[in-house]
Design a protein around this ligand. Sequence first.
Ligand code: FMN
Length: 165
Amino acid sequence: MSSEMLQQNALRKAFGNFGTGVALIGVHDVDGHAVGLTINSFASVSLQPALLSWCLAKDSQLFDAITQADRFSVNILAADQTDLSNRMAMPGDHRFAADEWAASASGGIFVNAALAKFDCRLHQTVEAGDHVVFLGAIEEAWACDQSRAPLVYFRGGYRQLLGDD
Ligand SMILES: Cc1cc2nc3c(=O)[nH]c(=O)nc-3n(C[C@H](O)[C@H](O)[C@H](O)COP(=O)(O)O)c2cc1C
């Protein structure tokens, strides 16, 4: 194994020790289809102005669809949404079924039963190695559910959040 490979494995392992939530990015592709991508690179960035960020791999099948869109939504998934998360993390058909989402005020993709939903105008992109960082200006935000558990990703798998109740 090359030393570069070894380093990448160590990096993956180190990144994987950061437990995260899981979110679905939603965009309308050039044909107007609602498509989704599973991510865990979401971060809150700024309250004033309201900004968030996430990173897109340059080799994603959805790269063109997402980089051509001037808006996107971010949907924070709940623990019972692993099937949807897995489906939108697989190469192939990334289209949402009509009954899986509803339109935000500006027509963005708000995934049904997500814990929180953000509708964003593209604010800025930053080239960053094999990814592109997206900064979104948040125009609509909803904390939809304060009771259900989040979907958690840690060391390469979904985990249960250990609650204190
Ligand atoms: C939990 C989880 C988190 C992921 N986070 C990201 C991410 O932040 N950015 C990204 O580009 N891909 C991420 N992926 C991978 C994409 O979901 C996946 O590569 C993609 O959907 C594969 O199909 P594509 O080539 O059609 O995009 C993640 C996958 C999983 C399962």
